[in-house]
Ligand binder design. Structure first.
Ligand code: NDP
Ligand code: BG6
Length: 499
């Protein structure tokens, strides 16, 4: 795993991980922590307290932490020896009393310095329990730092509600227990280096920003394509679907960074103010436009990387008659001075041909081509392609003369690759986000008004889905989605840029 080139060590703290036996903790959080331990980013006074229902002892939890990261550096095994575990339900006061006792013990300086009263509560558990946990923490005074401590923070995972109403209700509960400044909402896309690089590309260079507007950009695409299916998360996905799972959060965050106005500084308030301003300008289709401006679809059986895979309705935990969408595409507009009239197309789906997240800024065609038509046939408009994953990098697509006697022009690309330029793969998103949460930097976390605005703008589409339109199309696993997705762009004369 790669090393974030950082930075002073974090302050000491107890990281209380609700859902410590779960998938997210095991596959993402523990490996990210192990990597941070391995590169010396964490204080020696850092201790994890796992919480879940599984009836584990401290030692069983420690074994779980070791097994979750088989290739960790030796420092991981050392720090894991201090980890603690609480088995319990979140609706039992006994669970929080035990957590409180353990935290007080850990605060006291020992050979490693102690956790010094600092607490980070990470809700990596099922979303219906977020409110319950926040209330339990507040009831036991755990919404404040321990003696001598500087912070008590609550980190929560998506989904933040399932629509505007439930998101507001969740926020109301969280705000009864914690101040907004203590709440760190994670959208792991914000932890991806290449998502953050959108800001560097735009604002650390002078050549892009002058053309980053309606005068030069013809249209914008955002693609979040996955080749994976729903895996073992079928029953969760049944109640989510692609709109809630990916569009409301990951796509909207990427879009906001790509299209927002320049922020005067990188301070958290300025960046988040600009993102929310942009989200307020995004115009979703009206309910009567959804039929033509939105596509929803579900995958059927197909082939990925030469292997046959089942259709969505055959996946474990999925209703054989399910109408949950595994693919969504739509046309949006952004009603502000910079982007008026520039269509923004977004699409996301599971079991697509390839895993790829990209933003493509497609520029307008030159007003006049002096070359004979047949010499420039097939020439594509200029495009700047931001490859968020995999193969992180940036490509600039342009026309170049083909060697030879005439003026044949062909589309070529200039390419920047993260790996080649920096000699390393970008670090995992959760490493950066964990570090920022412990250090108290909220810039990459999602503020309540962003969450609510993203839900608000999707409301007409959610309402239409409930009413049963647009009709549910189908696409074979391993393709780029249904034909309707290609047709979405036809009226504007565009086509998707497939990676
Ligand atoms: P899992 O179902 O794998 O894990 C849920 C965890 O919560 C388990 O540790 C479980 O413990 C614990 N738990 C459930 N109910 C209770 C209860 N009543 N009392 C105490 N503990 C309980 O979920 P994930 O890890 O997949 O997801 C966790 C969160 O992270 C969700 O909000 C999800 O949306 C989000 N997320 C997950 C991602 C992923 O890749 N998995 C990606 C992005 C976000 P036990 O089994 O021991 O009872
Ligand atoms: C999660 C979704 O938020 O993001 C998953 O719940 C999805 O369904 C995942 O697979 C994609 O993340 P990444 O980092 O693999 O693009």
């Amino acid at each position: 795993m790669s090393t974030p080139r950082s930075q002073a060590r974090t302050p000491p703290a107890a990281l209380v991980m609700f859902g410590a036996s779960g998938d997210l903790a095991t596959r993402k959080l523990l490996p990210a922590l192990a990597s941070l331990v391995g590169n010396g980013s964490l204080s020696d006074g850092m201790v994890v307290v796992g919480v879940a229902r599984s009836k584990w002892s401290d030692d069983e939890f420690r074994d779980h932490c070791l097994q979750a990261v088989p290739n960790a550096k030796p420092a991981w095994a050392e720090i894991v020896k201090r980890f603690r575990y609480v088995s319990g339900n979140y609706d039992h006061d006994a669970t929080f009393l035990r957590i409180s006792e353990i935290l007080q013990e850990l605060d006291i300086p020992d050979g490693f310095g102690g956790t010094a009263g600092n607490r980070l509560f990470y809700l990596a558990t099922i979303p219906s329990l977020f409110g319950e946990v926040a209330r339990g923490l507040a009831r036991h005074g755990l919404n404040r730092p321990g003696v001598g401590g500087k912070f008590a923070r609550l980190v929560i995972e998506k989904p933040f509600g399932r629509d505007l109403e439930t998101a507001e209700a969740l926020d109301e509960t969280l705000h009864e227990c914690f101040d907004e400044s203590q709440i760190y909402r994670i959208d792991h896309y914000m932890g991806k280096e290449t998502v953050q690089n959108v800001l560097a590309l735009r604002f650390a260079n002078s050549i892009f920003e002058p053309v980053w507007n309606r005068r030069y950009v013809g249209h914008v695409h955002v693609t979040v394509a996955e080749s994976l299916g729903v895996d073992h998360r079928g029953s969760f996905y049944e109640s989510a679907g692609a709109l809630r799972d990916i569009v409301q959060n990951h796509v909207m965050q990427v879009l906001a960074l790509t299209l927002m106005e320049p922020s005067a500084t990188m301070d958290p308030t300025s960046i988040r103010d600009e993102k929310v301003k942009l989200l307020r300008s995004v115009m979703p289709p009206r309910i009567d436009e959804v039929e033509t401006a939105v596509v929803r679809a579900q995958y059927t059986a197909g082939t990925i990387d030469g292997q046959p895979v089942p259709g969505y309705r055959e996946e474990a935990g999925v209703d054989p008659q399910s109408t949950t969408e595994t693919f969504v595409a739509m046309r949006l507009s952004v009603d502000n001075w910079r982007w008026a009239g520039v269509p923004v197309f977004i699409r996301t789906g599971k079991r697509l041909a390839k895993r790829s997240t990209e933003v493509v800024m497609v520029f307008q065609r030159p007003p006049h081509l002096p070359f004979a038509g047949k010499l420039v046939r097939g020439l594509q408009p200029n495009a700047l392609i931001l490859r968020i994953q995999p193969d992180e990098g940036i490509s600039l697509r342009f026309g170049a003369k083909v060697p030879g006697g005439d003026y044949r022009v062909r589309t070529v690309a200039m390419d920047f690759s993260y790996k080649d330029a920096f000699g390393t793969d970008p670090p995992e998103a959760y490493e950066r986000l964990l570090l920022d949460a412990i250090n108290g930097d909220p810039t990459l976390f999602i503020r309540t008004d962003e969450v609510e605005q993203a839900w608000r703008l999707l409301e007409p589409i959610q309402d239409a889905f409930v009413e049963g339109y647009p009709h549910l199309s189908h696409y074979g696993a391993g393709t780029w989605g249904p034909l309707e997705a290609a047709r979405l762009l036809e009226p504007d004369g565009y086509e998707w840029v497939n990676p």
